[in-house]
Design a protein around this ligand. Structure first.
Ligand code: PEP
Length: 255
């Protein structure tokens, strides 16, 4: 049975105190999670230690990071490595978010390396993929997303792949208020599952959690999560308000 996951991506938001309050409020209202229905909170690096402490003793809610370096250590001023993340209690790391691809020029080859170092250090990877608006308008989104997955994940063996979650995030829907329709999300998730199946077989594809991201919020979460191949969401803006995030978690646990 594949896992359902609602993951928060705080991006570069919240002071240390604001983060503490948000996690406190989320923990106060959290319900309905179990080993198949999880939540992840991916904070900025400076929050990780504090959030790790707050999550201690709480089940099925995991600490996430938003990025890691390709190398385990070295002279890379300002960077954070996968072993460092592991050492502060991180379980999941987001790899290949479209903002990293766009603003920090992360390409499929680099993301393959980041995936490797994360898995090698016992982290689970939330691998983001998704197309620009021009690609969607040209109706070539399937080939585009397939290339991202093939070039960054297809070198993994089947066992490694079990520690990867895919987040489909159409770039035109991230932070824009414009959401993919549930049909567009479902169609792409089926395509992604078929891509995985073509290399790793149907069982691996069926076990792969595929999250939707892009302006997912309380008003559309239920409809999106009702799609049979949408296994939860990666949530940006709506994860910064405890009530909204709890509503979205609720939608996932009841789907
Ligand atoms: C994201 O950053 O992964 C995201 C989906 O953002 P938003 O929910 O704000 O569109």
């Amino acid at each position: 049975m594949r896992k359902k996951i609602v993951a928060a991506n705080w991006k570069m938001h919240l002071s240390l105190n604001e983060g503490k309050e948000l996690v406190h409020d989320i923990l106060k209202g959290l319900q309905g999670l179990d080993e198949h229905k999880l939540t992840v909170i991916a904070t900025p690096f400076v929050h990780l230690n504090q959030t790790a402490g707050q999550l201690q003793g709480h089940s099925h809610i995991y600490l996430g990071a938003q990025n890691c370096h390709t190398e385990a250590m070295g002279a890379y001023t300002g960077e954070i490595s996968a072993p460092m993340l592991k050492s502060v209690g991180v379980t999941y790391v987001i790899v290949g978010h479209s903002e990293r691809r766009e603003y920090f020029k992360e390409d499929n080859t680099m993301l393959a390396k980041k995936t490797d170092i994360a898995l090698h250090n016992g982290l689970q990877v939330i691998f983001c993929c998704g197309e620009h608006l021009e690609i969607r308008d040209a109706n070539t989104q399937n080939a585009f997303v397939e290339k991202q997955i093939v070039e960054s994940l297809f070198h993994l063996n089947a066992e490694q792949l079990q520690n990867v979650v895919i987040a489909y995030e159409p770039i035109w829907a991230i932070g824009t208020g414009r959401t993919a329709s549930s049909q567009q999300a479902q169609d792409m998730h089926v395509h992604i599952r078929n891509v995985i199946s073509s290399k790793y077989g149907q069982v691996a594809a069926n076990n792969m959690s595929i999250l939707y991201g892009g302006s997912c919020k309380p008003s559309n979460a239920e409809e999106l999560f009702a799609c049979p191949d949408v296994d939860g969401g990666l949530i940006g803006g709506a994860a910064l308000k405890a009530d909204d995030f709890l509503f979205i978690i609720d939608a996932m646990t009841k789907a």
